[in-house]
Design a protein around this ligand. Structure first.
Ligand SMILES: C[S@@+](CC[C@H](N)C(=O)[O-])C[C@H]1O[C@@H](n2cnc3c(N)ncnc32)[C@H](O)[C@@H]1O
Length: 149
């Protein structure tokens, strides 16, 4: 049986990598600070995409003495980067309203042993019906969350 090709998500530009580097660095600082304080920390990605991003860029040219060509790369998006943060977050919630991107997030969920919930739907509607208990996680007085938009 033919397997469906992975959903490609093209967005952003060079500045997107700068933003994602900054978000990842912030998450690492946040996780270090609050894990030490024994907080149960949550990462909630409100516009999670697929977990990856497709980017095109030109390589070659006069200074490289190579013909100019456009290449396409798959780079880690916010959700995949969050899963790589060390020390790890205690819970991950990925919210996405596009069905195929949501399916890609569910595939990402299968790649990790971390506790991930994928919520398919529009953020505003998800927030209305959402609570830690509805995701099956126990709520404690030592929880903190980092949101990514
Ligand atoms: C720029 S992309 C996500 C990028 C992702 N945070 C990353 O850096 O890898 C924005 C995503 O938000 C989703 N989206 C837009 N409006 C939404 C809404 N109201 N609720 C949930 N998802 C939404 C889009 O389908 C799209 O996949």
């Amino acid at each position: 049986m033919n397997q469906k090709p992975p959903t490609k998500h093209v967005f952003g530009g060079p500045w997107t990598e700068v933003k994602l580097d900054a978000v990842q660095y912030y998450l690492e600082c946040y996780a270090k600070a609050l894990t030490w304080a024994e907080m149960d920390i949550w990462y909630i990605d409100a516009f999670a995409g697929t977990g990856d991003r497709e980017a095109t860029r030109e390589i070659g040219g006069l200074f490289e003495n190579l013909p100019i060509e456009t290449i396409t790369e798959t780079l880690a998006g916010s959700a995949r980067r969050a899963l790589q943060v060390d020390p790890p977050f205690g819970h991950f919630v990925f919210i996405e309203n596009h069905p195929e991107r949501c399916a890609a997030l569910e595939a990402l969920q299968q790649e990790t042993t971390r506790p991930v919930s994928v919520i398919r739907g529009r953020l505003t509607l998800c927030l209305r019906g959402w609570s830690a208990n509805s995701l099956g996680f126990a709520k404690t007085s030592h929880e903190a969350g980092a949101w990514s938009f």
